[in-house]
Ligand binder design. Structure first.
Ligand code: ADP
Ligand code: ADP
Length: 227
């Protein structure tokens, strides 16, 4: 079923000097694993940010489960609980330990301190980071930082994970380990939308969306998606 839909979305920056997206329409279905590819500056991050409610279209609409995101409350809910985000540079808070970083999104929900910590420890176990729970990010390898960031993206049981170049700062061996983790999340039913420059990342997805000059130029389904 449709999960995220862009309906004639454009995004213009700098008073019209940059058209990052031009009239883009697409639907991402629940359970899909989608790779977004294309040259640098083609609009991939803008597309992901708009789909995930981190940026606002200049025109057009974004729909979540066929509902237009209309008010601030719906946008908040989308960002804090429906969607998890993973970035190239992790964005962990340097003064908090791994387990504390994973708990950050949970302050939006009704969990108490004990529940937050238990949940964060479970998520660290999922990403193979139990033994590093009390380490600060600076004491972790880059691959371990990305594992913590992935655990944090799962904090509120999102239906979808949106990731912007998640292996961009990792060596290829570490990147492959992170990709295996994404495969595992996909098998568990998460919808994944991943921006990548890396063909080996794109090859793992079921669908590849190619962006160029702010437009979708190709949308390739590699495997049948079961609904
Ligand atoms: P990609 O992710 O494919 O590298 P982006 O979506 O980051 O592409 O950028 C698309 C275009 O929009 C680029 O020309 C970029 O410089 C511009 N752009 C992106 N974000 C902003 C912003 N916040 N302000 C101004 N221009 C931006
Ligand atoms: P990516 O690795 O995704 O291509 P970029 O370096 O293009 O990353 O962009 C990183 C961030 O900076 C994005 O969130 C984007 O919106 C913002 N950005 C990109 N280009 C510009 C720009 N010309 N002015 C302001 N912000 C920009």
């Amino acid at each position: 079923s449709p999960l995220l839909r862009a309906d004639h979305v454009s995004r213009i920056y700098d008073d019209g000097q940059v058209q990052a997206l031009s009239d883009v329409s697409l639907t991402i279905h629940q359970g899909e694993y989608v790779a977004i590819v294309g040259p640098s500056g083609s609009g991939k991050s803008t597309l992901l940010n708009v789909l995930g409610g981190l940026d606002e279209p200049t025109s057009g609409h974004v729909l979540f489960k066929e509902q237009t995101i209309r008010d601030a409350a719906a946008l908040d809910r989308l960002r804090s609980t429906e969607i998890g985000y993973v970035f190239q540079s992790f964005y962990l808070l340097p003064t908090l330990t791994a387990v504390e970083n994973v708990q950050l999104p949970m302050f939006e929900t009704g969990l108490n301190a004990r529940q937050r910590e238990d949940k964060a420890n479970e998520l660290l176990e999922t990403v193979g980071m139990t033994h590093r729970a009390d380490h600060l990010p600076t004491k972790l390898s880059v691959g371990e930082r990305q594992r913590v960031a992935i655990a944090r993206s799962l904090a509120n049981d999102p239906i979808a994970i949106l990731a912007d170049e998640p292996t961009g700062n990792l060596d290829s061996k570490t990147g492959v380990e992170i990709l295996a983790l994404f495969d595992q999340l996909h098998e568990q039913g998460k919808t994944l939308v991943v921006i990548t420059h890396d063909h080996s990342v794109a090859a793992r997805a079921q669908r590849t969306i190619e962006v160029k000059d702010g437009q979708l130029i190709r949308d390739t389904l590699l495997t049948e998606v079961s609904e």
